[in-house]
Design a protein around this ligand. Structure first.
Ligand code: DX5
Ligand code: ZN
Length: 213
């Protein structure tokens, strides 16, 4: 299992050292939650702070856009050259066009599904993305309770990936901890995002390791 700490739960007063710490403690990707106060009822960070995160990080960035007007925000973050930019399928009318645009700029495109959004909604784009992010909470805040119905969605997505010979990875975000990670692994997840579980622990190395099942 790859582990992507979400900096949303980090101490923003010491952001660079928090990021350096998770990198040293074995994190694989740095998950960055961009919220616009419209798509979700919370507002987080823009490119100035994400540049700071990139400088501090020795691992690739995984930018999760929770925004309306997706294309505008994609163009804002493409120059930072993260590994992934993911956008919510619920918000984009022309996902294939946007996916091509992200890829043509040297970034891996990914789509995100809210807990209520069916796997069927991405049936026709599964071969074009490098990752699908399944939300296991309603997006907007860290520290929420895991929604277990995501486990069936992972299995369904895994089947779709298999049937279509897709090579895309499955990432899960929200309420992940050392207890539910085994179920996520058995269902077929490749990457877990974890915010509060890692940053509220007093041993980042131990909490990251406990997710590497
Ligand atoms: C929620 C964000 C998550 C969040 C996860 O909208 O997308 O990445 O930071 O936080 P935890 O792991 O605390 O649920
Ligand atoms: Zn996220």
């Amino acid at each position: 299992m790859y582990v992507a700490p979400s900096i949303l739960s980090a101490d923003f007063g010491n952001l660079s050292s928090e990021i350096k710490k998770v990198c040293e403690c074995g994190a694989d990707l740095l998950h960055i939650d961009v919220m616009d106060g419209h798509f979700v009822p919370n507002l987080t960070i823009g490119p100035i702070v994400v540049e700071v995160a990139k400088k501090a990080s020795t691992i690739p960035l995984d930018i999760h856009l929770m925004v309306e007007n997706v294309g505008f925000f994609v163009d804002m973050f493409l120059p930072i050259k993260p590994k992934f930019i993911s956008f919510h399928i619920e918000e984009e009318k022309h996902p294939l066009r946007l996916i091509d645009h992200i890829r043509n700029n040297g970034v891996s495109p990914a789509v995100v599904l809210n807990p209520h959004t069916p796997i069927n909604s991405i049936k026709h784009i599964i071969n074009s993305v490098d990752m699908v992010l399944l939300m296991s909470v309603n997006p907007g805040f860290g520290g929420q309770k895991f929604i277990p119905s995501v486990l069936d969605k992972i299995k369904e997505l895994k089947e779709l990936i298999y049937k279509t010979n897709s090579i895309c990875m499955i990432e899960v975000d929200g309420g992940v901890n050392g207890l539910n990670v085994r179920d996520l692994d058995s269902a077929g997840a490749d990457i877990v995002v974890a915010g509060s579980y890692i940053f509220s622990s007093n041993d980042y190395k131990a909490s990251i390791n406990s997710l590497k099942v």
